[in-house]
Structure formats: structure tokens, C-alpha cells
Write a protein that binds this ligand. Sequence first.
Ligand SMILES: [Zn+2]
Length: 223
Amino acid sequence: MTEFRPIPKLYYDQAFALSYYSEILWQKSFVEGNGGNLSIRLDEDLFMITPSMHSKSGLNETDFVIVDSKGNKIYGNKKASSELFTHLAIYNNNPEIGGIVHSHPPYACSYAFSESVPSTPMSAEAVIWMGQLTLAQYNTPGSSELLEQVETLSKGKNVLLLQNHGLLTWGKSIEEAYWRTEVVEAHCKISHIMETRGSQPRHFTYKQMTQLSELRVKFLKNE
Ligand SMILES: [Zn+2]
């Protein structure tokens, strides 16, 4: 039996951040049951992730698992999320990122559960934080097919809508990954309200979109 190695105190700040954003996801009903998973990059080859089969409410440092880039458990007593390898594939394809959030927000899911994606971004926040939403075709959660698909689609993006499943967002930090989840959900909610009301979206002009796209690139480069 492998010896239990508790998470070193050195990583308690990151454990607190993971616990904080897990709790917010749960409070906002962006996850349900044992759904959703979050992770943080600790080092080039070290990642902290939420445990399998746990609510995202009430997690603390004794619940999280620290793994290397191959998925080997280094610290922690619990089993890592079944989406561990999906997270590792995203980190591998996007070396600059520091955090990943996977959740099931209702408005984003209502689009992911149908054949449609919401209208193009209509706010500066949506253009800068989200960009064009990509809908990844359905694959079983935790399957090698989903892993291969995410490996291909995640490169250079920061948001993926998973058909009949949910949402994946990532960023330079777990905070940024979480903000992106909020921006996508707000965009989907507003799109839903407009569709229900029969409102015609007022799209940005080419010039406005170009300026916003430049801001997005600057922001992504952290300039
Ligand atoms: Zn899920």
C-alpha cells in the first residue's frame, strides 16, 4: 500500500484558491452532485486537482491531489478527478496557463445540449475573455476519445463547450479560468434572453471587432 503523503504547507495558498473557486462554482449552481473539476499548475511538472466523487462544496487541503505531468500521484490521500488527463492535455498544449475549470453552468449547458451555439460575442468582455465559442462533439467523460479531442482542440484557445456535457475554461491563473466561466455563462444567459424575446443582436462593426480583437491579443500576451 502506498504511503499517504499530505500536501506540503508550501502549497496551502494554492489549495485555498482551489477550495475557494470550487465553493463559488457550487454556490452559483455551476456544478451539481460530484460534477465539475478544477486544477492549478504548481510548477512546470506539478499540478493540484480536485478529488473524484466529491461535491465542490466544503473541499480543503486534505481533499486535493498533487500529480506530476504523467498523472502519477505525488501527494494526497484521495483519488484524482477522472478528468485528470484532460486537464494535463490542456496544460501540455498551453504551457503558459496556470489554472483550469470544468463545470456545468445551466445556460452554457442548454446550448451544449442542443445543436446550436449562442450568437457571436456582443460585449467587449465576451470578445476579450471568451472569443468565438467552439463546440466539441460529444465524447464520454473521462474517455480516451474525449482526451484526444481536447488535445487537438485546446491549443491556442481558452474556452471549450463540450456537447451534451458542459464547459471547460482555462487561463493564466485559476482566478482567470473562473472569470472566463462566468463570462461564458453570462453570454449564454443573455443570448438565451434575446432569443426568447426575439431580439435581433446588434453585432460589432468590422472596425470595432478589429479593435477588440487587438485588445484580446494584448490581454492574452499579458501586455
Ligand atoms: Zn463534467
